[in-house]
Design a protein around this ligand. Structure first.
Ligand code: NAP
Length: 332
């Protein structure tokens, strides 16, 4: 029987258990994937901790994780779109991310419409490291706000998983990227990937620093940090600019008083990935664009650390210590 990292209750990383799990033969429309690399995301921490999402209570025991790359080993009845031996990657299933997990496993059955072939120039590790984070960046850039050449943009946690892809993508489009980062090492990583001005926001007032760099204000703020940064960022945005919150690493954004947006006619948006990639064609188009950007070198997938799958708790501790950079992977 394959092994997986399961939780039987919400809690600290100590609730993560390495267990044997029963895996039936793939059903109609499914393929069995032997995972070779599993992406780690902040949402895995949220699901493990619990209490984050309000939709419905979790069904325990649950296997964590939303994305992985691997090899097809078997297919269910009627499947003709993938064959054993093919390299594939996936991110998310049919439902909401936090309700439809299961990637922290040696093997898994996946509906074939969610599987994306990994192109020859892309490694399994790169593919697993870039799907959730890349789709999030794609959602923000392609659907919410695409910066034009010369636009100043503010990207919080610019060396984080999503932040580093947003930084590179924005720089590739010619934007002038101002990034906040939690340490000098993260500043170096962000700058290596196109961030023009890295602000150490744990020790510097980032609002004053951004105003000094871009006195007219930034065209948009891309914010995955949430409580500590989102509302203060409004002061850095130019008239008609966009305030985009996509995550809550520091906690939930408090309620916003709409009237506070009026003086600068600001727009506020809170994109969610499930709404973007639930549609399979949209997901495939976005993946093709991301692979193209990777092959051109416009997006470099920074894999800072890998952990054996059975040590997934150590990766979660690193995220909670806020020391992670770029993407991290679990290797079965
Ligand atoms: N909307 C969506 O559909 C969607 C999709 C993907 C991810 N997300 C969300 O986006 C956020 C970032 O995801 P990610 O994968 O890029 O995460 P990540 O790589 O773990 O980065 C999170 C970063 O946030 C910063 N941070 C600030 N305050 C923090 C705190 N109190 N605890 C931990 N980190 C803190 C840290 O960077 P510094 O040290 O530089 O401050 C940290 O590295 C998460 O909230 C995630 O759930 C949302």
């Amino acid at each position: 029987m394959p092994h997986a990292i399961r939780i039987h209750a919400n809690g600290t990383p100590d609730v993560m258990r390495w267990e044997e799990v029963h895996l039936p033969a793939p059903g109609p429309g499914e393929a069995r994937i032997r995972h070779t690399a599993i992406g780690i995301n902040y949402s895995d921490v949220n699901v493990r901790r619990g209490g984050f999402y309000l939709a419905r209570p979790p069904q325990f025991p649950l296997v964590l994780g939303n994305e992985a790359a691997g090899v097809v080993t078997d297919v269910g009845h009627g499947v003709s779109t993938v064959k054993p031996g093919e390299r594939v990657v996936y991110a998310g299933m049919r439902g909401e991310f936090y309700e439809d997990t299961g990637a922290y496993a040696e093997e898994r059955n996946v509906p074939v419409e969610r599987l994306i072939p990994v192109p020859p120039g892309v490694t399994d590790q790169q593919a697993a490291a870039m799907m959730v984070k890349g789709f999030t960046a794609s959602l923000i850039i392609n659907r919410i706000f695409m910066p034009k050449a010369g636009d100043p943009v503010l990207i919080h946690a610019a060396a984080s998983g999503v932040g580093l892809l947003l930084t590179q993508w924005s720089a590739h489009l010619g934007a002038s990227v101002i990034g906040t980062v939690g340490s000098p090492e993260k500043a170096r990583v962000a700058e290596k990937h196109g961030c023009k001005h890295a602000i150490l926001y744990r020790e510097t007032d980032f609002v004053a620093a951004v105003k000094a760099i871009a006195p007219q204000g930034v065209a948009a703020v891309y914010d995955g940090v949430g409580k500590d940064t989102f509302i203060p960022s409004f002061a850095c945005i130019r008239p008609f600019g966009k305030a985009i919150n996509y995550g809550n690493a520091s906690g939930h954004v408090p309620p916003i008083e709409l009237l506070h947006l009026a003086p600068k006619s600001l727009s506020v948006c809170r994109p969610g990935l499930s709404s973007y990639i639930r549609d399979v064609e949209t997901m495939r188009t976005a993946a093709a664009e991301m692979f193209e950007l990777v092959s051109k070198g416009a997006l470099q997938i920074e894999i800072s650390r890998t952990f054996p799958l059975r040590d997934a708790a150590a990766a979660h501790r690193e995220i909670e210590a806020r020391t992670n950079v770029g993407s991290m992977l679990l290797i079965p």
